[in-house]
Design a binder for this molecule. Structure first.
Ligand code: S3P
Length: 183
């Protein structure tokens, strides 16, 4: 049985983009935790934050995590998943965690785009400068959680479909090497 892969990292680092490509390459089921929470509640993540508050969202996120299949699925977590409810320990006990890293400037550029910004409650009302500050300060707070991942991988190159395929292939090779070395 293959281990389930938990992709973690800052919003905009490509967890969903690369997760879908890995699923295509490996045949493992793709699970997006935010989507699971939205399906379970019938509300968007933004509506949940606005109407029920972050604590309620984090409890639902934990439930979604625990209901993920543990047989080779590829789970794209939310950016805050590893930092709440002991989720990092849970993921390390039940699968293989990978921290997808990207340069802070690339994250800022992506998150300032309307399609990224307005679906994310924590940045939807911020100016470009405030998003830049948010990325730097939140990344510093979250790094101690993210760095508990079994592996780190530079996922910066996912701007085009071709880059995404190449980066997903590189990630698969890196995973194999890391697991072989750990044996
Ligand atoms: C969050 C990131 C989001 C989503 C929610 C909270 C965060 O996921 O779970 O808006 O705390 O950083 P993405 O990383 O897919 O944006």
């Amino acid at each position: 049985m293959h281990e389930t892969l938990f992709l973690i990292g800052f919003p905009g680092c490509g967890k969903t983009t690369l997760g879908k490509e890995l699923s295509r390459l490996t045949g493992g089921e793709f699970i997006d935790l935010d989507e699971r929470v939205e399906q379970a509640t019938g509300l968007t993540v933004k509506q949940l934050f606005d109407q029920r508050g972050e604590a309620a969202f984090r409890a639902l996120e934990r439930q979604a995590l625990e209901s993920a299949p543990l047989d080779g699925a590829i789970v794209a977590c939310g950016g805050g998943t590893p930092c709440h409810s002991g989720n990092m320990e849970w993921m390390n006990a039940h699968g293989f965690t990978v921290w997808l890293t990207t340069s802070p400037q690339r994250l800022i550029d992506r998150l300032c785009l309307p399609e990224h910004r307005f679906k994310r409650p924590s940045i939807a009302r911020l100016t470009d400068d405030e998003i830049a500050q948010y990325v730097h300060s939140t990344l510093a707070l979250r790094a101690p959680f993210y760095s508990q991942a079994r592996m780190q991988f530079d996922a910066t190159l996912i701007e085009t479909a071709e880059e995404t395929v190449l980066t997903a292939r590189r990630l698969m090779q890196a995973l194999k090497q890391t697991k072989d070395t750990a044996r």
